[in-house]
Ligand binder design. Structure first.
Ligand code: THU
Length: 309
């Protein structure tokens, strides 16, 4: 294993397979740099933990997302691939590899950034790991030209494990506006509570939905599930965000809709909820539906399911 994962806070349930993923990311970074037989420790902490460390080690009394502490002292302008002798000196017989140092990740900040970008927490942790790995290999981003080189290395490494360039941050206002538009088409003669929804799919397409009620009340379909159906029939199975709006009150998604959405989105998916003309607030789906039963729990990968199953 090229990394050793250490939890300084209790490990959450949604990150059970993160060690293997971050190990692959680290290997990809070493491969992109052109070195072999290296490793580093990843310590996961929270806002408080990283702030104390930042104060202690750098005299900066603030939270940050990631801190890197290289063991190798790279000469100016050189990175790991150009310093094989220095690297060999850091060989750790206990680890069985060259110890490049420590990467300390703030899980609170990673969750927040994942929600802002509308991508899974695992994607954000992978990015932070890659960023730190290149710091541990002598890269920096103080000057613009250095920054471009470091960013390019990170992107190449992440692309090689199937993670392409950062997706654009989710346009919360735009998605909410589309939910408001869909709300106008709601069929709600019984409750008179019109609800609109709009899903942003992983491929950038958006799918609207509205509630449609029934004389047999229980046959009613909520706006969120209408939007989900709309997405599915158009072949979109990964949801990046959803906006939901109620005509006279905040339309908190009902329990069934939360579970349906979780089938096609990660716990980190932003849910933008509001009332018409009164603005919105943003939660993650994991906040609305903790401890969910997911396709992964049953060994299913939604993205790879063929249409015959
Ligand atoms: N409803 C939705 O469409 N979505 C929600 O998030 C909550 C409830 C609908 C169902 C029904 O037509 C009406 O609102 C009153 O419950």
């Amino acid at each position: 294993m090229p990394i050793e994962l250490q939890w300084e806070i209790p490990a959450p349930d949604d990150l059970t397979s993160i060690e293997a993923l971050l190990g692959r990311v680290a290997e990809a970074c070493f491969h992109t740099e052109g070195i072999q037989g290296a490793g580093f420790a990843i310590r996961i902490t929270d806002d408080g933990g990283i702030r104390s460390l930042n104060r202690l080690m750098r005299g900066i009394d603030r939270e940050t997302d990631v801190l890197s502490f290289p063991t190798v002292d790279y000469p100016a302008g050189k990175t790991a691939a150009g310093c094989p002798k220095r690297l060999r000196r850091e060989y750790d017989p206990y680890l069985g590899c060259v110890n490049l140092g420590d990467c300390v990740i703030n899980l609170d900040r990673a969750r927040q950034q994942a929600a802002e970008y509308g991508h899974p927490l695992s994607r954000e942790l992978s990015y932070l790991t890659a960023h730190s790995a290149f710091h541990l290999m002598g890269y920096d981003h103080m000057k613009e030209d250095e920054k471009a080189v470091m960013r390019d290395m990170e992107e190449r490494a992440l692309a090689s494990v199937g993670m392409t360039r950062d997706a654009e941050p989710v346009d919360f206002d735009g998605l909410f506006a589309q939910a408001c538009e869909a709300m106008q088409r709601a069929y709600a003669p019984y409750s008179r509570f019109q609800v609109g929804a709009c899903i942003l799919a992983g491929d950038g397409r958006t799918f609207q939905g509205c509630n449609f009620e029934n004389a047999s009340y229980g046959a009613t379909i909520c706006a969120e599930r209408c939007a989900a159906g709309n997405a599915i029939v158009h072949g979109a199975r990964r949801f990046r965000a959803i906006a939901v709006v109620g005509s006279t009150a905040v339309a908190w998604p009902c329990g069934i809709c939360r579970q349906v959405l979780r089938e096609f989105s990660d716990a980190s998916m932003p849910v933008i909820v509001g009332a018409f003309g009164k603005g919105y607030e943003v939660r993650t789906l994991g906040e609305l539906l903790p401890e969910a039963l997911t396709p992964e729990d049953l060994g299913v990968d939604v993205g790879t399911q063929s249409n015959d199953h």
